[in-house]
Structures are given as C-alpha cells and as structure tokens.
Ligand binder design. Structure first.
Ligand code: ATP
Length: 617
C-alpha cells in the first residue's frame, strides 16, 4: 500500500521539471511574469483543473442529494424504503465513502505535490539563472543580502499565487457555478437569489481588492526598506560597534519598524472591513435563502427537501465565501511581495553576452586599450580617455594615489563593468564580442580583499581548476605558502585541514591567510594573463618575500598587471604606468621614471621602503 502511495506521489512530483531554463528574461509585471513561466506546469495545471471540477461537482451533488434524501424519506413509508431505495442508498454511500475521498486525495496530490513542491523552485531556479548573468558591477550596486532574500522569497510568492488560484479561486468558482446550476435544476426560484448574492459578493470584492492591493504595496515597500536597513547595519556591524552607535541604529530601526506597523495597520483596516462585509453577506444569504425556502414551503410552492438543500447550501456557501476571501487576500499579499522581489530580480542584464560570442583565444596576451572612458555614469572619477598597449608577456605595474582609477582599469579588463566609451582588445579580439566566461577564464586575479566562499579550503582552491586533484591543490597551496596553516585548521564542526570551512567570505581566517588561499587558486588556474591588485598587501614581509620568488616563476611567460602601493614589489616590472585622475600620466621602466624625476620619482623618493602616502603630492 505504502509503495503504491510512494510511486504515485513520486510520479506526481516528477510531473513538473523545475529546472527547465526559461526562454524569456523575467519582466517586472507580476501577471505577465507568472504567465511567462507557466509552460512547464501546463500538464499539472490542466490535471488540477479537471480534478477541481470533479471534486466540486461531488460536493454540489452531496448537497443536492441531502435535499433529495429528505424528500424521499418524506414521500416513502418506512416499510418500503429499503426495498425501493436500498440500491440507490448503497451507491450514494459508496460515493461518499470512496469516490469523494479519492477525488480529494487526487486533487491534493496534484496541487500539494506536483505544483506546490515544484513551483517555488522553478521560479527560484530561473531567477537565479538570470541573476547569475548579472555583472559584478550590478551586484556591487545592490545589497547582496537583499537580493538573496528577494530571490528566495520570489519562489514562495509565485507558489502561493498559483496554488491559491488553483486551490481556492478555481474550486470556489466551480463550486458556486455548480450550485447555481443545481438550484436552477431543482427550483429556478432558488437559483435567482443565489445568482444575485454571488453578483453582490463579486462586486464588493472587485471594489475592495484594488484598495487592498494599494495598501499591501505600501506595506511591502515599507517592509523592503526595513530589510535594507537591517542588512546594511548587520553587514557593517563591526563599524557600527566601533563607533558605539548602538542607540542610533536602534532608533533608525525603530523608525523603519514603525513605518511597517503603520502600513500594516492601514492594510488590516481594509481587511477587517472586508471580513465584516462578508459576514454580513453570509447573514444575508442565511436569512434570505432559508427564509425564502420556508416561505415557498408555507405557500405550498416548495418541498421540505428544498428547504433542507437551502439550509445545507447556505451553510456551505458561507464557509466557502470566507475561505475564498482569505485566499484572495493571501494571493494579493503575495502579488505585492512578488512585485517587490521582481524590482530586483527582473532587472535587465547590465552586460549581456554578445549574440555571436566566441571563446577568447589567447595567443600571447597582448592587451590594447583604445580611448577608454568609464566614470560610473557620474561624469567624474573612474577612467578618462586611456589609450595604452600592454605587450604579450609584458609585466606592468600600475601606480597612482588612491582613487586614481587603477581598480577601474582592471574591472574594465575583466568586464565587471562595461566601458562607457572606448575599446579593450586582447590579442586583437574586442572583449565585448567574446564569451565572458572565456574572458575571465583567461585571467587569474588576486585582489586585496581576497574574499573566499563559505566552503572548505579544498573547494576554495579548486575554484581555480574544476577537475583539480588533491595533489595539485596541495602543490598550489605549498607554492602560496599556505600548506602549513591549512594543516592546522579546524572549524567549529571539527573538520580539519583542507576540509575545514572558512566562514562567510572567509572570516574565520586572517587577511594574510585568505590572501594565500586566493594566491593558491590563481597558481592552480595558471591563466595566461595575471592581475595582482595588492595581492600580497596582507602578508607579513617574511611570507611576502618567500611568495615573491614563487610569483616570479608563475609570472613567467604571462602578461601581468600588478597594482601596488608598496613600490618595492613592482619596481622590477618591465614597465610602470602612473595613473592620476583617471589618466596615464607616466609610462616607462622604473629606472627611466626615476631618472625623469617627475611623479613616480617623487613617490619613490618619499617611500622609505613603504607606501605612497595619502597626502603625497
Ligand atoms: P585605490 O588605490 O584606493 O583602490 P583606485 O586607484 O583603484 O583607488 P578606483 O577604485 O578605480 O581607484 O576609483 C577611481 C574613481 O572612481 C574614484 O574617484 C571613485 O570614487 C570612483 N568610483 C569607483 N567605483 C565607483 C562606483 N562603483 N561608482 C561610482 N564611482 C566609483
């Protein structure tokens, strides 16, 4: 028995494949978005609707049979009842005992398993596929925490909306139509008040729902601001603690909370009015319908069975009206929520893949920048008209004061941002026309932050090469002088060494340890172009000196761009570019630039083996 149930429910689960890719990008209109994603659910939805009609018909039949039964009993003598109606009673009993539970069970299997277990993931999967194509710049502009919450939430809301529409609205609608038909068949005079009542109920819903939606939207907007506020303060918790701003944060939080309370209050005012109206309508149908039936009976125009049906019907319809109302309320609550999520998730891809994108083919690693301009849409800062050529295999140091545009230049080469003007060519191929993965696959990058994923050390290093063996990973860690500390790692769950997890963004490791793991994965990646953005800044000088030798070996034959404030680490590069206010103002070898005695020479002189000072002139 259990294995049959398991088989049926499992095939119901597989009725929808939640991982089918979408053929259109998400839109920010809720209904269009839902409609565009219905295709993989078509079979399940059709089945659910058929089962809904069957289940509702059985319910309607049950009510009509109750009335018919009373009439039968009233019109037949007790001695004859079993003889005349015995067979019919047995059939009716079998229908109630078996057909009704079976049809309800089938409906729940489709609604609660095929649809409910898959829909949320289908929407999340598609949302994730879309977001993973967003540029790094896009993620930097929005709060990652809020984006994640919205992506997960989007699945829940879409699932509530589709489930609610199928479960309550479709069932309620079929049920009501069924009852009107039933009443019309038994007595047209009873169908008329029912039609009027349904029209009144729908009319009130249509009037109140837009107000409800508006109120809900305001509430969700306030809730979204609250999430933003919490994400911002919790992700910068160290800074806030450092400045002892606990009271200020609490005050800010209270303002956001109060706003959500006020908006929820307005929304609840509408929901209470709506509920009260529905209860009044329920009273209307109970008094009107039963009273009308009694009056028909008193003037000899209706049977006692008709009154029985009217009582059963009015009781059933009142509970149904309340249930449908609650479901409609929940659906619109979800519509408001989904709309809020789509504001983030449905944003168009900021740097879409070129239509005929081909893989980048690196022959030597020559990088050419032509008239490159990027000021983050602000008209200032960033890079301003940079044209340079980095030869194949050339090692170039980028120098400049904070804010000069060094990271912007690197971010544009990686296509984390799309240059506002100008072109970047790698071995003659415009990076806008090559496959973005192949572009980043050809570049190894270690940055100052060296953020790690909250996975094991092994997984973090293996990011450099998908099919890396443990030996390769250990060899890379050794080169990056990371093997000693990795051997001693132990996380809170008792995992050790390469299996130890490093915490979110690698917080359980020191800055220098993180940087060594980041170096190890770049060593493993062995890409033809290397970008080192303050790649050794977090290391102590002893470890840095040890790694420098390894780095020199790794740089062999590669085109290298190295950013460093500590000039001693780049003095031996083939060429040094000095950036200032987004422009290259000096270009030459260390010796040449020192001889010219201009900006770089000034930096060099002022550094007593240290850094370019913030107040450097
Ligand atoms: P540092 O040495 O401090 O890392 P940098 O030379 O790498 O500085 P960039 O990060 O490239 O400098 O910044 C160059 C300019 O562009 C700065 O004026 C900065 O304010 C601006 N900028 C950087 N990122 C953004 C952004 N996402 N939006 C707007 N302006 C930005």
């Amino acid at each position: 028995m259990f294995s049959i149930f398991e088989k049926i429910t499992r095939s119901a689960l597989n009725l929808i494949d939640p991982y089918v890719p979408s053929d259109t990008p998400p839109t920010d209109s809720v209904w269009r978005y839902i409609r565009a994603n219905l295709k993989p659910m078509r079979k399940a939805i059709a089945l659910s609707l058929v089962l809904t009609v069957i289940a509702a018909c059985i319910e309607v039949w049950l009510i009509s049979y109750a009335g018919k039964l009373i009439d039968t009993l009233a019109q037949t003598t007790p001695e004859k009842i079993w003889q005349v109606h015995g067979g019919e009673f047995i059939l009716a009993a079998l229908a109630v005992l078996f057909v009704r539970p079976l049809s309800q069970c089938a409906r729940h299997v489709v609604n609660d398993i095929s649809i409910s277990c898959n829909v949320a993931n289908l929407f999340r999967w598609r949302g994730h596929q879309h977001l993973s194509k967003q540029s790094v710049g896009w993620f930097q502009d929005d709060l990652a925490g809020r984006t994640s919450v919205r992506l997960v939430d989007l699945g829940n809301q879409a699932s509530y909306i589709i489930g609610g529409l199928l479960n309550a609205v479709a069932f309620g609608l079929v049920y009501m139509i069924g009852m009107i038909i039933l009443m019309a068949q038994t007595d047209i005079r009873l169908a008329l008040p029912l039609v009027l009542w349904v029209a009144l109920y729908m009319g009130i819903m249509i009037r109140i729902i837009p107000r409800m939606v508006k109120a809900q939207r305001k509430f969700f907007s306030a809730k979204s601001a609250l999430v933003g506020n919490v994400v911002d303060s919790f992700s910068n918790f160290d800074t806030l603690k450092l400045f002892s701003r606990r009271e200020d944060i609490s005050a800010d939080h209270k303002v956001s909370l109060e706003l959500t309370r006020e908006k929820l209050f307005l929304s609840r005012q509408i929901s209470i009015s709506m509920n009260t109206i529905v209860v009044l309508l329920e009273g209307l149908i109970m008094v009107g319908f039963i009273g009308y039936g009694v009056w028909l009976w008193s003037v000899g125009a209706g049977t006692i069975g008709l009154i029985g049906s009217a009582v059963a019907l009015s009781l059933r319809i009142t509970s149904l009206a309340e249930w449908v109302l609650n479901e409609v309320w929940r659906i619109f609550e979800s519509v408001g929520n989904l709309q809020e999520s789509l504001k983030t998730v449905a944003q168009p891809i900021t740097i879409p893949e070129h239509r005929d994108a081909k893989d980048l083919v690196v022959t030597g690693g020559q990088i050419t920048l032509e008239g490159l301009n990027h000021q983050y849409g602000t008209g200032r800062g960033g890079l301003n008209d940079v044209s340079i050529k980095l030869g194949a295999g050339e090692k170039v140091g980028l120098v400049g004061r904070s804010g000069a545009g060094k990271s912007t230049l690197v971010n544009l080469i990686l296509r984390f941002y799309e240059a506002e003007k100008g072109t970047i060519l790698i071995d003659g191929q415009d990076i806008r026309t090559v496959d973005q993965d192949s572009l980043r696959g050809a570049i190894g990058m270690v940055s100052q932050q060296a953020a790690l994923l909250n996975r094991s050390v092994y997984d973090n290093i293996a990011l450099g090469k998908a099919d890396a063996t443990l030996d390769e990973i250990m060899a890379a860690a050794k080169k990056a002088k990371a093997d000693d500390f990795i051997g001693e790692l132990k996380d809170s769950k008792g995992r050790t060494g390469y299996d130890a997890h490093v915490g979110e963004r690698g917080v359980k490791l020191s800055g220098g340890q993180r940087q060594r793991i980041a170096l190890a994965r770049v060593f493993l990646k062995n890409a033809p172009i290397l970008i080192l953005d303050e790649a050794t800044s977090a290391l102590d000088s002893e470890v840095e000196a040890e790694i420098q030798a390894e780095l020199q070996a790794v740089m062999e034959g590669k085109t290298v761009i190295a950013i460093a404030h500590r000039l001693s680490t780049i003095a031996q590069m083939d060429r040094i570019l000095v950036l200032e206010e987004g422009q290259v103002i000096e270009d030459g070898s260390h010796d040449e630039l020192v001889k010219q005695d201009t900006r770089y020479a000034g930096f060099w002189k002022r550094q007593s083996g240290g850094f370019i000072g913030a107040d450097e002139e």
